[in-house]
Structure formats: C-alpha cells, structure tokens
Write a protein that binds this ligand. Structure first.
Ligand SMILES: Nc1ncnc2c1ncn2[C@@H]1O[C@H](COP(=O)(O)OP(=O)(O)OP(=O)(O)O)[C@@H](O)[C@H]1O
Length: 863
C-alpha cells in the first residue's frame, strides 16, 4: 500500500468497501476503473484497456468512460449481472489540498437502476422476510415511488405466485435465511441478494423518517424497513417521495397463479416472450406510460369486489358511448409525459430544465382534461374530476421562470426566462451588449466632464480605462483614478467603470451561476409540491386506463359484461381476444359458454387436435379476467358470477430448466389446483394425464375429474379438454358433468374444422387427419393408418379379454365355497392374469382350466 501513489491509495481504500462492485472512480470528466475491474469492464464494455502509473514504477490496468455517457455503460454492466459503485469527487478540485476528496455516492443494481430512457414498464425491487408462519413481501419501484406490501401464508407456491406478479429485477432475502435464498433462486432467474436484516425498531425508525406510512404490523414493517434500509444505504438519498404505499390482502383480488398467467399468455406470449400477442398487448392502448403501468397492474390483480368492478365498467361504458369526448381526452393524454417518474428525478437531484418544461406541457392540458371529465356522470369519472388537481400554480411558476429553449445542461445558462429575475436580465444584457454599454458610459462621461474626445479603451494590464488628452487635464474630475501616463494622454479608471468592467468580464460566469441558483430554487419549489404531482399522475393513469378499455371495446366490438355475485358464467358468442385479433375478426367462430355450480359444473370438451379446444377454454378464462378488471369483453353478452381464483393446467409447458420431467411438472400443477381450488374457482384442464402411459393417464384424469366435480370435495366450475373419450361416460355418472365437442366435418381423408362447440362427446381423435394437414408424408400416414387398424383390433381383443376375466371372476366367486384345496394356487393364478395383454383364446383357456379345477373340487367334495 505504501508504494502506491496517494490517489491510488485512496482508490484502494474505497474499493475495499465495495469489493463486490465494479468501481466507477471519478477523475475529472471520466469515470476510471482500475485493476481487475478494468480488465472485466474493458471486456464487457468493449473499451480499450490501458494502464496508469500507480507508484513504485508499477502500472495499474485501467479503462474509463466519459462522465456524460456513463449511463449507457452502467446499464450494460447491470444487464450482465454486475453491481456498479459510483465514486464522485466531493470537493472542488481547485480548493483541494492534496488528493481530491472522493466518496461512494451510489451503488447501482438491477433494482436500483433508473432507466433514463424512460421505458414504460415498472422496475420493482422486492424484499422477502419470513416472519413466524408467513412471508412478508414488499415491492418498490424507486423510479415511480410506488410501494406495495402483502403477507403470504407459509406456502412456497403462493410466495412464488405473488412475487411473479411484479417480476422484480432484484430480490432481497435475509443473509441468515439460506433456505429462503435457495427457494427464491430455484424459482426466479433474477438478481438475488443476501442482506443483513436490521431489527424491528430500526425498521420502524426508517419507516417513520422516509415513507411515513400509516401503521403497519410488525411483519410488514420488517420487510418494508429492511428494503428501505438497503435503499438508503446504497442510494444515499431520502425516500420520502415514496407516497404511494399500499398494503393489500392477496385474497381481496382474483388470484391467478404463475403457471396460469403464463398459460393464458396474460402479459407475454409463450412463443415470442413479448407483450405482443398477449392479453396485455390487446388491453394496453394507453397514451401515457402511467396508464400502461396501471393496466398491467390491473391485469396482475383483477378485482373480486363487485362494486369496484362495476364502477370501472360504468366509467368505461360512459367513455364508450361518448366517442367524440373519448377522442378529445385521448388527444390530451398524448401530450402528457411520465410525470410519475419525476419524483425520483427530484430525489436524485437529476431534474433539468427540460424535465420542468415537460411537466409544464403536461400540466398545460389538465384544465381542459378536467373540463371534459366534468361532462360525465358515472361515479368513478366524477370522482376523478373532483380529484384531478390541475396544478395551475406549478404551471405559472415554470412558465414564468424557465426559458422554452432551455438546454439540458445546467452549466451553460440560458435556463431562466427573460422577465423572471432582474439580475438575470441585467447580466444577460451586459454580456450581450457590453460594447453598447461602454459606448453609453463613454457618452455619459463626455457629457458629465465636458471632455469631447474622452474615450474608453482596454488593455490587458489595466482592463478598461478612460483616456483623456493633455489639453483636457484641467477638466478631469477628482473621482478619476490615474492609472497610466502616456506622452500626450493620461489613462484613468473610475469606481463605476471598475464595476462595469467587473460586470462585463464576469457577466457570463455570474449569469450561469445565478441561473443555476434560481433553477435550484424553482426546482425545490416544485419538489415541495411533489405529493400533488403524484396524485395528479395517479388520476391521469386511471383516466388513461379507462380510456384504453373504452377504445379497445370500440375497436374490437366488445360488450359490457354483467358482473355479479351469483355463480353463473354465461357467455353468448364469446371470442378469444388475442386469436381473434391475429386471424381477423370475421374469421373467428364465436362460441357460447354456460357454467354454474350445479347442472353445468364440469364441461368435458372433446374434439380432434387443432379443433380449437384450448382456444375455447382460454377464451372463457380471459373473458372472466377482463370482466373482473372492469373491462368490456369479446362476446355478444356476458354474465359473470365473481370468480375467486383461476387455475389452468395446460399441456406441454414442461420446465426443462427446473430439471423436472414433463409429467412431474404436470402432476405438481394438478396437485396445486386440487389443494387450492374452491367452489368459486374456475379451472381449466387441458389434457390432464397426457404426460404418462395411456392407462395411468386416463385413470388420473378420471379421478381428478371426479374430485373437482364432487361438491363435497371442490365442486369448482371446470373446463376439461381431453382425448380420453372414455371420460365422456362420466356425464351419465356425475350430476353437473356435461359433454361438449368442437365440431368437425369429415370429407374423405380430410377434415374441416368448424370451430363450433356443440353438445355431446367425440369418439375420434382424427389424429392422422391432422397429421395430414400438417404435411406429414403420405407414406408415413398410410403406415400410421395400418398401425391404427391393428391397434383398434387389439383394442377389441382387449375388451373381449376383459369381459372374459369378469366372467372368470364371477364363476370363481360363485364357486368359491367348493375350494378347499388348491385355493391359494388358483387365487394366485387369477391375480397373475395379465388382463391387458391377454388374448381371448388365452382367457378362454384359463376359464376352462378353472372350470376343470372347480369340477374336480366339486367331485372331491361329493366323494
Ligand atoms: N373459434 C375459433 N375460430 C377460428 N379459429 C380458431 C378458433 N378456435 C381455434 N382456432 C384456430 O385453431 C387453432 C388451434 O386451436 P387450439 O390450439 O385451440 O386447438 P386444440 O383443439 O386445443 O388442439 P390440440 O388438441 O392439438 O391442443 C388456433 O391456433 C386458432 O388459429
């Protein structure tokens, strides 16, 4: 250490504190990285690796990025899984004695990275605390100031579901809870950090200083407090701008587990993994980022409160019915910036004049927006009208103070508007008109002294001076201070000229300083009103989301559902919102649905591959979700009895990465459904049992169906698509089970998909027909047809064998009293019959053998 240069010593001391981070060490206009950090960063960022003397004739590997463009480099490192520590110069290098003082000002991780490109989506960081027999979860988006917290009962599956709603980019767990770390790591491919938890008193202290949220219980406080502690320690700012705290109960919303969310492609398409072709892609026509984020939140947490759902639906209906007004409101929303995110910019002091101008532009439309809202009668729109603060005072402040063409940089001047501050105007005038001012002063002095040829000059030694020729010496007033004598003239300065010079020379610099000072004042004034801005942002988000719902309802011909507390789900001519959009409205065949907790509890849906079974079942779930979000639905009519949970088990979503087999994944999903479904739930089973051998699969599917249908067990509304035609027998056996099939028309070797759901079961899979459609070579298809024929024959044989065995058993039971000898032997014989693989001839042989034994036994008894 001793051989290092003083600056390198300082570097090493700081680096010691952030060993797990790449240290961005500020040197003038650059952030430099040294030693291993430099080697890693130069590789990851593809920048040149150089070296710098670090003392003792040694060179340290070094690379650097310019201060102004550091953000994009940091973003790259974060994306690659690194943590970045920012170390700034905290004193003016000109005033520094020795090495400039430097300190770590921020540690950036995926959850604390603020995307300056302002991507629309939230970026959540989550803290999981295990408390007694539950998990306390807190989620914060530090860019928007939203904070949500909830308690989840001690069930890992539920914990995963809840975390999944927010898709946090960083998760914090206690360093003493290794098990929790492993659970989270297994389930989330995200940045997970172990942190040392602080005690509950310290948690409350932090909550009181920063977020000042209303009373929270100890469990929640532990998770909120630890999250805050982490944020404060790494960001070194105050989080008192986090005002939108919401503690919610998971069971107060429609619960959709992570698999179901994925299967139904709620927020992203399974194939493209993008928002496009997902339900969110359809629903989100929001004009602002705030609206987009809110729609996603509503989709993650649809409601179960009928009153609140209907408030949203009524508002959407009013907007839907007032197309011209809707268009006007949307037009205004287009001009609104992401003002929700300004709060964090204020907190990080990274606000610039352009941000304030964007805020002004956003506020500019608010009075008109409010006026338009005033036209509506529905409860929610009226409430929004009442709550919308049009922030006129903030508008006036920014409008009067910030120049329309202000630059982004705060160091260049040109920020403050003319007329806002006299000193700024004067300084600006001085720097602009310095020549003019000197001429004016010259003129003034000529008049005052009567020296007609008096002139103002400039040299580097004295600066500005007044020159008086010899002949006029007698007219020189006492206030003139002599500075230089020439052959024929004297040069003077005056107090006023000195002041003028001072102003002219320093005007530029002073102007920049004064403008910056005034800007900070204005910024602080606006910041003091951040609560109001955030409330306005929330109103705008709701208005935008409702408009988006009305807009898509008009565009896609959706209707207002009736949402009520009953148990019936009735959908007339329902459509799948995403498939319909992909294939075109006219090409989609609509279908009806009738589900309740009595006669229509379980619908068994059969039909060939590709017929549209999955589409149909998913459309029912999506319509329910949309309705409970307060959105119109793709149907001619819909009556939706509130659903508490939606589950889906849809084939082929095996998770190779988790190391589980397809069948194992399938069964754990089914187990989760059977454990958690209630009579108020809606379940979608798509081909349960497909992942294992036919008979195992069939028996599992059968038993699962019986269990969900049984009112004493679950009795949930269920849609059950299957290729096991045997299951259609259940319609006869279990009340409330109904068979439906997706109809097809057979034309020779081809089938035509009608996509229509009709009553009754389907007894053919048409697998080979579908294979033909998919382009399997004819030769293979013909061979498949031969095999199918053989299998069908074998199946008939198997059925015959079964019948025979039943006969054997009956015979055996009837005659059992005669068995006194060889009884065990015969029982063993019967049990060993491989009933599924036995041919009718073999069965007959066994039967006759048995009969023979029986006859012998009888004879023996008679003897
Ligand atoms: N009602 C409909 N109207 C028009 N096209 C439809 C309809 N339903 C489904 N389709 C089309 O049929 C395709 C296949 O549908 P889907 O995947 O639902 O069939 P499936 O019966 O579940 O098949 P499999 O049993 O092979 O899983 C869809 O991708 C869609 O393009």
């Amino acid at each position: 250490m001793q051989e290092l240069t003083p600056m390198m010593q300082q570097y090493m001391e700081i680096k010691q504190k952030v060993k797990d981070c790449i240290l961005f060490f500020r040197l003038g206009d650059f952030y430099e990285m040294f030693f291993d950090d430099a080697v890693i960063a130069s590789k990851e960022l593809e920048i040149a690796l150089t070296a710098r003397d670090c003392g003792n004739n040694e060179k340290a590997p070094m690379c650097g990025v310019p201060y102004h463009s550091a953000h994009s480099y940091i973003a790259k490192l974060i994306e690659k899984g690194y943590k970045v520590a920012i170390c700034e110069q905290v004193e003016d290098p000109k005033l520094a004695k020795g090495v400039v003082k430097r300190e770590i000002t921020r540690i950036i991780t995926p959850g604390t990275f603020i995307d300056e490109s302002f991507s629309k989506a939230n970026n959540f960081i989550c803290c999981v605390a295990r408390v007694e027999n539950s998990f306390a979860l807190t989620f914060v988006d530090i860019s928007t100031g939203e904070m949500y917290a909830c308690l989840v009962e001690n069930d890992v599956q539920k914990l995963i579901n809840e975390i999944g709603k927010y898709a946090p980019s960083e998760i914090l767990v206690s360093s003493s809870d290794t098990e929790m770390y492993e659970v989270v790591k297994e389930n989330y491919n995200t940045f997970i950090q172990k942190i040392d938890f602080i005690d509950i008193d310290k948690c409350y202290e932090l909550i009181n200083t920063h977020v000042q949220i209303a009373t929270v219980d100890n469990k929640i406080a532990l998770s909120v407090g630890n999250l805050l502690n982490y944020l404060v320690e790494t960001q070194k700012i105050s989080f008192n701008y986090i005002k939108k705290f919401e503690f919610y109960k998971v069971q107060n919303y429609l619960q959709i587990d992570l698999n179901t969310k994925r299967n139904l492609e709620l927020t992203e398409s399974i194939i493209t993994r993008s928002k496009k072709n997902s339900l969110l892609g359809i629903l989100d026509e929001a004009k602002t980022s705030m609206g987009s984020r809110l729609i996603k939140k509503w989709l993650e947490r649809p409601l179960i409160d009928v009153v609140e759902i209907n408030r949203r639906l009524d508002a959407v209906e009013e907007l839907y019915n007032n197309f011209p007004l809707l268009m006007q409101i949307e037009g205004l929303l287009e001009g609104i910036y992401d003002i929700e995110r300004l709060s964090s910019k204020f907190a990080y002091k990274s606000i610039n004049a352009k941000d304030l101008l964007s805020l002004k532009k956003s506020i500019e439309v608010l009075p008109r927006l409010k006026e338009l809202l005033g036209e509506f009668k529905s409860h929610l729109l009226k409430e929004l009208y009442d709550n919308l603060d049009t922030l006129e005072d903030i508008y006036t402040l920014i409008h009067s103070s910030i120049d329309e063409n202000a630059p982004v940089s705060l160091k260049e001047g040109g920020i403050i508007k003319e007329g806002y501050n006299e000193d700024v105007d004067r300084l600006r005038n001085i720097s602009k008109n310095s020549k003019e001012l000197l001429i004016q002063y010259e003129e003034k002095e000529r008049n005052l002294t009567g020296i007609k040829n008096l002139k103002i000059g400039y040299n580097k030694v004295f600066g500005y001076y007044i020159e008086v020729t010899k002949s006029n010496y007698s007219l020189v007033p006492d206030r003139y201070i002599r500075k230089q004598t020439l052959a024929n003239a004297e040069r003077y300065v005056t107090e006023e000229l000195k002041r003028l010079e001072d102003e002219i020379v320093n005007a530029e610099q002073k102007l920049v300083e004064l403008e910056y000072e005034l800007f900070c004042e204005i910024r602080d004034k606006v910041e003091s009103q951040i609560d109001r801005i955030q409330k306005t942002a929330s109103c705008i988000a709701i208005i935008d989301a409702l408009c988006s719902f009305a807009h898509i309802a008009i565009d896609n011909r959706y209707t207002k559902p009736t949402v009520y507390l009953g148990d019936r789900i009735y959908i007339k001519n329902g459509r799948h919102p995403v498939v319909e959009k992909m294939i075109g409205h006219g090409n989609f065949v609509p279908n009806d649905t009738e589900l309740d907790n009595n006669q229509n509890r379980v619908l068994i849906i059969t039909g060939p591959n590709m017929a549209g079974k999955s589409t149909y079942m998913r459309q029912v779930a999506l319509i329910v979700i949309m309705a409970q979000m307060g959105c119109f639905v793709p149907a001619e009519e819909a009556q939706i009895g509130i659903v508490d949970k939606i589950f889906s088990r849809i084939g082929a979503s095996d998770d190779i990465s988790s190391g589980q087999s397809t069948f194992m994944v399938e069964m754990s999903e089914v187990a989760n459904i059977l454990k958690n479904a209630t009579p108020k739930s809606l379940i979608i089973f798509d081909e349960v049992g497909r992942g294992t051998s036919t008979y195992d699969g069939l028996s599992i599917a059968w038993a699962v169906l019986e269990y969900v249908a049984d009112k004493t067990k679950i009795g949930a509304k269920t849609l059950f698509a299957t290729h096991y035609h045997e299951l259609t027998e259940l319609e006869e056996k279990i009340p409330g089970v109904k068979n439906y099939r997706v109809d097809v028309k057979e034309e020779g070797k081809n089938i035509i998909f009608l996509r229509k759901i009709v009553r009754g079961g389907c007894d053919s899979s048409y697998g080979i027909h579908v294979a033909r459609l998919a382009g399997i070579p004819e030769e293979v298809l013909q061979r498949a047809e031969q095999i199918l024929k053989k299998l069908e024959e074998a199946d008939i044989n198997r059925k015959e064998a079964k019948r025979l065995r039943r006969e054997i058993k009956r015979e055996f039971t009837e005659q059992i009293e005669f068995f006194s000898y060889k009884k065990d032997e015969i029982i063993e014989k019967i049990e060993n019959i491989d009933i599924l693989n036995i041919t009718p001839i073999q069965a007959l042989n066994i039967l006759s053998e048995l009969k023979h034994e029986i006859i012998k036994a009888k004879e023996r008894q008679l003897l």
